[in-house]
Design a protein around this ligand. Structure first.
Ligand code: ADP
Ligand code: MG
Length: 678
């Protein structure tokens, strides 16, 4: 039985050499070949001269009226020229470096030539001579490489389509196909490769994009669905009254957003499935306290909690905050980092194993082998993008099917969230606590450093502190460091005898970085010159100014993250962007920064202005590669596919109805494939 997943070898005329060439393009199966779509189309309709613009690519038809001559010049260069009479005029035709075409040009015979029109000279610079009558008005142009030619590839694709068209599976259920008026997959593939009209390949494109998104979404949603269905987690049954009591002891009222998110999390905790939830919240939106409430629920339910953060200084910060919140309660919290002393560590680990510690906060130190919990029920990872999948996994494995909450202050646009993390549940904190004074952001020219230093001086006189962020010169940390050192020297010189200036950069050891951040926190430095290594979670409420040099080199999301280091206290804060953007796009980004402090809005703009590839934090996390679909350009389709996938899985008959069988088979095959790869 033939299948489109057969290897390309089965096609006639594919020898080892061609096979290798196709492999080098990433094409292995018939289906790979059938979905290796043209990246553009050439309009090869015969047109009349009066409707053609200068430099347009066109096809002209006419009789050859002068003998073809070849003129050789230079090294291996040649020019083939002749004239043709079209319906409108006599046109000069020239082919460069294709002398062999001469044999196809015979006096008084009709030819069709595809080339570029020069209106001034009334001449055509030929690309190719077409056969008598092309059966399409468009010619497909494929990505190829030096091992294979356009024409060869097209022939192979034609052969593949001829032999396998009837085996192209129809995966999208009839109901959805009708709803969106989509072509069948087979028609779509045909329309993409061999369109008879523009409408045909546009229709084809619609089907292909939707199918790509729908299948991807279904894969993710199925993971989520199974996790919930398996009911293999911990149901944390806590005393609701006591949790509410704890919440009333907090030094502030929860925002509506915090209340909503706490409810979402607590509902998951009570259920028997493993929670797998992402908490997205802008810088300063108050994620920590949400985590603390979830921990208290967990503790009340009889389990322990663990919170992993990327650096010691953040661990200490959280430890301090939480110790204060736990004052006067019976809940116990401990801190474990790389600097925990041996004896203290030994005692701590014992207490942890015996269940005398309710909540453990720490760095990577938490995932060391000898750290054993009594009964871990909730794992929280703060600044989750700073950890690798393995590290997060390791922490989860400290418990048995423990609930997991991942927190991030890098707001991800919705589109990206449902693409990258569709298998997770997502909670969003989209509002800041009341009473925050918005940071004032000002954009000035790059050469205004001196003015910036004067401004900083005024703020320092008031007892405040400042950050100066040095630019990314290039992808080399060493060169960025040199630059940061230079800025540090200059600033130090400027404030000599008056203010202390610290330097922070990526080449320092972790404990050295911690020491410097501590010193800044304790106001031993009034100014901190730093590369972008400055911690996202660093909380120094007394810092009220940030100067960012060459701000145009950063993306909006990253600028927003950096800016979030100020505006954390009760005084008004300022962010000065020093930038001379050269492009309109760059200017637009600076303007947007001065106008908005909304992280979600900024990350959405970043996505639009720079594309998903550049989005801060996203590259590391890895986006799936779609063959044809683009999450920015086809955002609407993605959203629709996302909703359709959720709806399909919630249908009672999804796992039985015949209409969904091809879809189920496909998902099954994918699942087996993924298993084999593991
Ligand atoms: P992030 O989400 O960036 O981690 P944090 O949890 O560090 O933010 O909170 C930032 C600051 O806001 C902290 O000082 C915290 O005490 C305060 N905060 C949190 N929630 C509220 C609230 N509902 N009302 C007032 N202040 C709050
Ligand atoms: Mg935080």
């Amino acid at each position: 039985m033939k299948s489109v997943y057969d290897s390309i070898e089965v096609l006639p005329g594919i020898g080892p050499k061609r096979l290798e060439a196709l492999h080098s393009l990433g094409l292995y199966t018939i289906y790979d070949l059938l979905t290796h779509f043209p990246f553009r189309y050439e309009d090869i309709q015969v047109r009349s001269l009066d409707e053609i613009e200068d430099q347009e690519k066109v096809t002209l038809k006419g009789n050859v009226v002068t003998p073809a001559t070849v003129h050789h010049y230079g090294y291996k260069k040649s020019r083939l020229s002749f004239k043709i009479a079209t319906e409108d005029a006599v046109v000069q035709v020239t082919f460069f470096n294709q002398p062999y075409l001469k044999s196809q040009v015979n006096l008084e015979e009709e030819v069709m030539i595809f080339g570029k029109w020069d209106a001034l000279r009334q001449s055509l610079s030929g690309y190719k001579i077409l056969g008598s009558k092309p059966d399409q008005d468009f010619e497909s142009v494929y990505h190829v490489n030096k091992h294979i030619k356009q024409k060869t590839l097209l022939t192979i694709i034609q052969a593949a389509f001829q032999e396998y068209a009837e085996f192209i599976p129809e995966i999208i259920p009839q109901s959805l196909r009708e709803h969106y008026r989509l072509l069948s997959h087979k028609e779509a593939i045909q329309g993409m490769h061999f369109p008879q009209s523009e409408a045909e390949f546009l229709q084809g494109t619609r089907q292909i994009i939707y199918q790509e998104f729908l299948l991807y979404q279904l894969k993710l949603q199925l993971i989520r669905y199974n996790r919930k269905k398996e009911q293999a987690g911990i149901a944390v049954l806590y005393d609701v009254k006591r949790l509410k009591e704890f919440i009333t002891t907090l030094p502030f009222d929860l925002t509506d957003g915090q209340k909503r998110v706490v409810n979402e999390i607590c509902r998951d905790l009570r259920e028997l499935f493993e929670m797998n939830r992402l908490l997205q919240g802008d810088v300063g939106s108050g994620k920590t306290v949400v985590a603390v409430i979830a921990f208290v629920a967990t503790i009340l339910g009889g389990y322990q909690g663990a919170m992993m953060v990327p650096t010691e200084i953040l661990a200490e910060q959280h430890y301090q905050t939480i110790s204060e919140l736990f004052e006067g309660t019976e809940y116990t919290v401990a801190l474990l980092t790389g600097s925990t002393k041996t004896k203290e560590r030994r005692e701590l680990l014992l207490a942890l194993e015996e269940g005398r510690i309710d909540l453990l906060i720490g760095t990577h130190a938490l995932i060391q082998d000898d750290v054993t919990f009594h009964n871990l029920g909730l794992v929280v990872t703060d600044e989750q993008h700073r950890f690798g999948v393995n590290q997060r996994q390791k922490l989860n494995e400290k418990g048995q099917n423990a609930n997991a909450l991942y927190m991030t202050a890098t707001p991800i646009p919705r589109t990206l969230a449902i693409t990258m993390m569709g298998e997770m549940d997502v909670s969003v904190l989209d509002q800041l606590p009341d009473g925050r004074i918005p940071i004032r952001t000002i954009w000035t020219k790059s050469d205004k450093m001196e003015r910036a230093l004067e401004f900083i001086d005024q703020q320092l006189e008031l007892g405040r502190q400042a950050y100066i962020i040095t630019p990314l010169i290039e992808k080399s940390e060493l060169i960025d460091l040199k630059n940061a050192e230079e800025v540090h020297r200059m600033v130090n010189e400027y404030y000599r005898g008056k203010w202390q200036v610290g330097l922070l950069h990526g080449r320092q050891k972790a404990d050295e970085k911690d020491r410097i951040m501590h010193a800044f926190k304790d106001n031993k430095y009034q100014v901190l010159v730093s590369t972008t290594v400055i911690e996202v979670g660093l909380n120094v409420p007394n810092a009220t100014v940030m100067v960012i040099q060459d701000a145009e080199r950063f993306g909006l999301s990253q600028l927003h993250q950096l800016r979030g280091r100020v505006g954390r206290g009760s005084e008004e804060s300022f962010c000065l962007l020093l930038a001379n953007p050269k492009t309109e796009n760059g200017k637009e980004r600076m303007r947007i920064m001065t106008e908005s402090t909304d992280g979600f809005y900024l990350s959405q703009k970043d996505l639009e202005l720079r594309g998903s590839g550049d989005l801060f934090g996203v590259k590391q996390a890895g986006l799936p590669e779609f063959k044809y679909a683009d999450i920015v350009k086809h955002e609407n389709v993605l959203t629709a596919a996302h909703q359709d996938a959720m709806r399909l899985l919630s249908l009672e008959d999804f796992f039985e109805a015949p209409d969904y069988e091809p879809l189920r088979n496909y998902l099954d095959m994918e699942r087996k494939l993924a298993k084999n790869l593991q």
